[in-house]
Write a protein that binds this ligand. Structure first.
Ligand code: MSK
Length: 677
């Protein structure tokens, strides 16, 4: 099969005019399917404010060498641009071939994503360590979920009996930090203790077990430097080792965030830009790390009276991107938008401050904020944006600093220009907070002893067809949210149980797919029966959603824990579990690293925006075909939502069929279950 699948969905110039339609709205609908974003994009055009949607167009046509992954910039003799079909241009100055260059670029993207997630995890681990050692006061952070702390300690082999909670937290934090810098060759603890024995053996056999996160990132940067590895398969295996280090850092982050801030439980809230209420002082928290944003929520509550004295009804904290997901999951804070909507939140004219921490923050928010009164506050030493406020956020005086920022927002409220207020009514109800623990509790309504069996039985009996994880970003090569929603709706209607994280969860939330009771509207008959049974057994106070919000980007490990639990329940390794993943609008390097470890774990993984690997048939083939033979997982690279739905359903159907055949054979002949996938 030819690896040519250039993104063609946007189709500028190809959309037929609707009679009587306003041309501007028609153009916006090709940028986004989010009605609130459409309204705000009209406002941007009316005011002549450039957004990422405009800058994407200004970049067209994009460099095909870059798109194919054939531009090599690892030494400064270059850049070398490779054309495998043209004599004299079929290798770089050093002689590196297309497959070496494409593999190197891919591996370096994985290293970039791993660095982001794992630094986030390190920050959380250090915060826990400082709390445990009494170096941070209770008014800032405390151990909120002692039970989870004990479960983690037991899982990683620590003695828990009689150990005081602070000491246990100290030991767990040190064990997590050891996963960053171990100098021996044992595998990372957070990887090795959370996967099946089959995956442990597979990673050992392939030599891709990372022993330390920082070492994995350093090694792959070394391996892919000029004059180093030229073997594409060896480079890809190095990339997978780095991707498993990414998994490790993400799992640490999720586990220890639950210990510090609480393991999420179902909570009802709202999503989309309509949550920005002009009657309140509005603060958007944007980025990823809950250490800052959770304190902003506390500070906002403490300073409500000051906001009232300034003439507002109070302080309204809303979230953007994964900081938004973290706050939504634990505190029910409104989710304003996903990544492509960040500039649009400012254009409501009623956003008084945007407080940013790390990752996915467009520097352009400052330029847009200049047209309004919004005060943009950067808080991390690694994220300074020229022209914004920079408040040095330190954990030991976190609440005090958070209050300082909320006061800046209250002052900013007084500088609003009423002529520029353009809020929207679009907002949807959401039931979020589905940690794996909360979801397992829901299943336990039908079987207290073996809750995961409720899910696997429903699949084996044909009530539902399997499970899908939706993850990843918005990518402006696709109309915002359009691929997420098309594929989500396609799978739901075909009885697939769906969990979502990150900006994919944001897309589902804004479109009403997480509204209480929405499974009745979007689910096929089997899915409706399955979720109806769960609802009735659990007697929940809230209706169940069609799509279950599993958290932020780092929380993809919650989904990994689910497929591991299903594998254990079914008595198989992950490549036989009817579970697929999709990142319909992947954008960030983090999406590349996540996709890579999801495949290594044994999951068929759809990506709806072509990664930069089309320049090498060999690398493309390894990702889409050879990966299946080695790991059981593989990439489905397909920008067309309709065929993506069909291919994901095929992948699930194949696994269910094989499971049934192997189970029947094992029963009939009294043998163990085949390990073939
Ligand atoms: S925020 S990494 S755009 S999911 Fe986690 Fe969204 Fe992708 Fe950032």
């Amino acid at each position: 099969m030819s690896p040519r699948h250039r993104n063609t969905q946007l189709g500028f110039g190809a959309t037929a005019k609707q009679p009587g339609a306003r041309p501007r709205r028609e153009a916006d609908a090709r940028h986004t399917v989010d009605p609130a974003a459409c309204e705000l994009l009209e406002e941007a055009k009316a005011r002549g404010i450039a957004t990422a949607f405009d800058r994407f167009l200004a970049q067209q046509p994009q460099c095909t060498f870059g798109l194919d992954g054939l531009c090599c910039r690892v030494c400064i003799q270059g850049p070398c641009r490779i054309n495998p079909k043209k004599a004299g241009m079929d290798r770089g100055i050093c002689g590196a071939r297309d497959y070496t260059i494409v593999a190197r670029n891919l591996a370096r993207a994985i290293a970039g994503g791993t660095a982001c997630h794992s630094d986030h995890g390190r920050h959380i681990a250090l915060t826990l360590l400082h709390v445990a050692q009494g170096e941070i006061g209770e008014e800032n952070y405390r151990i909120t979920d002692e039970d989870k702390l004990r479960r983690i300690a037991q899982r990683i082999g620590l003695e828990t009996a009689g150990v005081p909670v602070a000491e246990l937290a100290r030991r767990v934090a040190l064990a997590a930090l050891a996963d960053y810098g171990r100098y021996t060759d044992e595998p990372c603890t957070w990887l090795d203790t959370t996967i099946t024995s089959g995956r442990q053996a597979k990673f050992r056999h392939c030599g891709i077990n990372p022993s330390a996160i920082d070492r994995a990132v350093t090694e792959i940067m070394n391996q892919t430097a000029m004059g180093m590895d030229a073997d594409p398969v060896n480079i890809i295996f190095g990339g997978l080792r780095t991707a498993l280090a990414d998994y490790t850092g993400m799992h640490i982050s999720t586990d220890l965030s639950d210990v510090l801030f609480g393991t999420p439980t179902p909570i009802v809230s709202q999503a989309n830009l309509g949550v920005i209420d002009p009657d309140y002082v509005n603060i958007a928290t944007h980025g990823h790390n809950p250490t800052l944003s959770s304190l902003v929520v506390d500070a906002a509550a403490a300073l409500a009276e000051e906001a009232r004295q300034a003439g507002a009804k109070g302080v309204n904290v809303v979230g953007i991107c994964c900081t938004g997901n973290e706050l939504l999951m634990r505190d029910g804070v409104y989710l304003a938008s996903n990544v492509s909507g960040q500039e649009l939140a400012i254009m409501t004219g009623a956003l008084d401050a945007m407080i940013v921490d790390v990752q996915c923050i467009m520097p352009s928010v400052r330029a847009v904020a200049e047209c309004y009164h919004t005060c943009v506050i950067a808080t991390n030493p690694l994220v300074k944006i020229p022209g914004t406020y920079h408040v040095d956020f330190r954990e030991e005086k976190a609440l005090e600093t958070a209050k300082e920022m909320v006061r800046l927002a209250i002052q900013s409220y007084g500088r609003r220009d009423p002529d520029k207020i353009r809020t929207t009514d679009h907002r949807q109800d959401v039931v979020a907070g589905w940690s794996l623990e909360a979801f397992t509790d829901l299943l336990a309504g039908l079987d207290r002893d073996r809750p995961v069996k409720v899910l696997t039985d429903a699949i084996l009996e044909g009530e539902i067809r399997g499970v899908a994880l939706f993850a990843g970003c918005n990518n402006l090569k696709v109309a915002q949210d359009s691929s997420h929603l098309a594929i989500l709706k396609g799978l739901l209607a075909n009885d697939v149980f769906v969990v979502a994280t990150g900006c994919s969860a944001g897309a589902a939330a804004k479109a009403g797919l997480m509204a209480p009771g929405s499974f009745e509207q979007f689910g096929g008959e089997g899915l409706k029966r399955f979720l109806g049974r769960l609802r009735d057994a659990a007697g929940t106070k809230y209706g169940l959603p069609a799509v279950f919000h599993f958290g932020s980007c780092v929380d993809n490990t919650r989904a990994a824990d689910l497929w591991t639990a299903m594998a254990r329940e079914l008595g198989v390794d992950v490549p036989k579990v009817p579970f697929v993943a999709s990142a319909p609008e992947a954008m960030h390097e983090k999406a590349v690293s996540i996709g890579s470890w999801v495949v290594a774990m044994g999951i068929p993984t759809h990506v709806g925006v072509m990664p930069h690997i089309e320049g090498s048939e060999l690398v493309y083939g390894v990702g889409t075909q050879v990966a299946h033979d080695v790991y059981g997982g593989y990439f489905i690279l397909d920008p067309n939502p309709e065929s993506a739905v069909a291919r994901l359903l095929d992948a699930l159907e194949y696994r269910v069929w094989k499971l049934r055949v192997h189970r029947k054979a094992a029963e009939r002949f009294g043998t163990t279950l085949s390990t073939v996938y």
